[in-house]
Ligand binder design. Sequence first.
Ligand code: NAD
Ligand code: UGA
Length: 463
Amino acid sequence: MVKICCIGAGYVGGPTMAVIALKCPEIEVAVVDISVSRINAWNSEQLPIYEPGLDDVVKQCRGKNLFFSTDVEKHVMEADIVFVSVNTPTKTQGLGAGKAADLTYWESAARMIADVSKSDKIVVEKSTVPVKTAEAIEKILTHNSKGINFQILSNPEFLAEGTAIQDLFNPDRVLIGGRETPEGARAMQTLKDVYAHWVPVDQIICSNLWSAELSKLAANAFLAQRISSVNAISALCEATGADVTEVSHSVGTDSRIGPKFLNASVGFGGSCFQKDILNLVYICECNGLPEVANYWKQVIKINDYQKNRFVNRVVASMFNTVSGKKIAILGFAFKKDTGDTRETPAIDVCKGLLGDKARLSIYDPQVNEEQIQRDLSMKKFDWDHPIHLQPMSPTVVWDAYEATKDAHGVCILTEWDEFKKLDYQKIYDNMRKPAFVFDGRNIVDAQKLRQIGFIVYSIGKPL
Ligand code: NAD
Ligand code: UGA
């Protein structure tokens, strides 16, 4: 029986391993983490992450061939294949701060693997890492290996939150990078055999290590670039009377461009796009390619511009001041169907409005008050050191009608389906007048809302 161990029971490690366990009943999968509370949650009825379909998959295999444990060393020692899916955030201090990936967690995992291993192992990079990380990991492992053979593979993950299970069941492709040696080829085949349980083999791409590592950063950069491109066009639409939805549709029907990922928004969020582009920028700079670095940096700059533009629009529309005015924030997660708030555009928008002394009332169906207050009290790139400088702390409520009661304006920041179905007449009746709606996701029917009496601002659409 092949044994798999995954270090890191987060948004990637948990769902990925649960799906491997489901699809490969003869493989024993252990997911380990240093966080006791996370592992306890994985072993409980209330999983630590909200992801449609995940509960069902976990219930089918937990206790059979899927185990969650804090006994990291034991499971690593017993495993034939060790996935490393620890967090790789942006460095907050020192060389490359604000851009380079912080590989502290990765390095400590690699050293631990070297320390506890007693048999040959395939070590799989699941985390998103800078190109050439495998070389560094190889050095750590081989210099501490006591004669044990380690094969390093890169197997980046392409799932998106909110659709993780669907993406894992039907991936566009699985990418495996390895050394171009007979041992490397054997290791790649072993991992390929795992995925081949449910992924058609022609969708399993094999490449060299560096191509696999770079492909992940490039894929995220391309995806984010599409959003910044459409968001840049949205600003021009507002200036000219064009409608960004019509423009996206017309542009996306060109089969070379394609229709997906062209929704204009208040800006992209999530734990990875910004971090991975900053990482790419840093790698370009380190390789003496400032022009390439600047090209990708612009994707982030447009994203910041879009969030600022949204805040400015709210303040400018509400007679140049939101001081003391109640503004309802509908949605705080970085996208629908997740409770994840990492790098959510809602943080920057809320901070911008709080900076103008607005009174915020925030509602998100999956994000609790503690998380929102924590997010709004952190400085950028200072996740570990909360500050308490907010001029007004926001109120967090558990109901969209409560959030909007007596409000002057409503900002929709996440595209939750329930926001499309709200009784906007009731909301209008209970708001101060004039009542404003700022739709940061273009999900409401602006014409209908205008008929009710709202003043509606949508992204990239005529007023
Ligand atoms: P996460 O923060 O949710 O999970 C990482 C986990 O690793 C944490 O629970 C942490 O406690 C644990 N950990 C850290 N060091 C450890 C150690 N030495 N031993 C044991 N456990 C340790 O992160 P995530 O969102 O799952 O992302 C993981 C990686 O996958 C990142 O590199 C990310 O860029 C990449 N990725 C994320 C997504 C996504 O949608 N979130 C998608 C594709 C790729
Ligand atoms: C993204 C990629 O889609 C995954 O392939 C990748 O594995 C993952 O990053 C990662 O490496 O972490 P994720 O961030 O979970 O996945 O979610 P996306 O669906 O990509 O959305 C990211 C952000 O872009 C969200 O804030 C979303 O609202 C925004 N977005 C997306 C838009 O504003 N417009 C769009 O058309 C699409």
